[in-house]
Write a protein that binds this ligand. Structure first.
Ligand SMILES: [Mg+2]
Length: 196
């Protein structure tokens, strides 16, 4: 039977939103996040990162730097709570009109959120039930991604979340739930799952 997943955005959900992170050691976890990921691990949900990372397309840093940031992210999660991500997907691609300049990463693609490519790839690769899955993000485009693929979309008010709720960032969106942080989002998912 296909597994259900909790998909997590990265910046503003797991780590403190700090724009483009040029130094690996500047990636810092938001408080209580590692324990929340550990709760997902213990619940039996598949835990999967889905992140837009346009730094390589903008020539800010090479693709290897994104991988180094993810190594640090995984290290911090494990060190703090023995928490782990079952899979990591990120989109380094950007269209030319959105600011892509590095020819290797500059094109239109279905992986960039709110397009559903990363979720579809994860579902195929890991046999996931998308409709029974959850997406947690801090941007309107994360909620759009959830709804584009038939998932339940949860907005956290860490990162850009508060501005999204107030209509001051991106566009108005209708999350299925608004949580103060990932920890509260995970508790809501697990409660809902216990009595569907
Ligand atoms: Mg984010």
């Amino acid at each position: 039977m296909a597994k259900k997943a909790v998909f997590l955005d990265r910046d503003g959900v797991l780590n403190v939103e700090a724009g483009y992170i040029h130094n690996v050691e500047d990636l810092r976890l938001i408080p209580h996040v590692a324990k929340a990921v550990k709760k997902i691990n213990d619940s039996g949900f598949f835990c999967c990162l889905v992140s837009n990372q346009s730094g390589p397309a903008r020539n800010y840093y090479p693709d290897s730097h994104v991988k180094a940031l993810h190594q640090r992210l995984e290290y911090l999660l494990w060190q703090e709570a023995q928490a782990k991500l079952d899979a990591l997907y990120y989109c380094p691609y950007l269209s030319p009109n959105a600011g892509g300049i590095n020819p290797h990463f500059t094109h239109w693609g279905t992986w960039r959120k709110p397009n559903t490519g990363m979720l579809v790839a994860a579902a195929w690769e890991h046999d996931l039930d998308l409709k029974g899955s959850f997406m947690v993000g801090d941007k309107a485009t994360d909620i759009d991604l959830a709804h584009n693929a038939g998932l339940t979309g949860i907005l956290v008010t860490t990162g850009y979340g508060t501005k999204v709720v107030e209509g001051e960032y991106q566009h108005k969106t209708k999350p299925d739930y608004i949580a103060s942080d990932l920890s509260e989002a995970v508790d809501w998912i697990l409660q809902r799952q216990a009595s569907p």
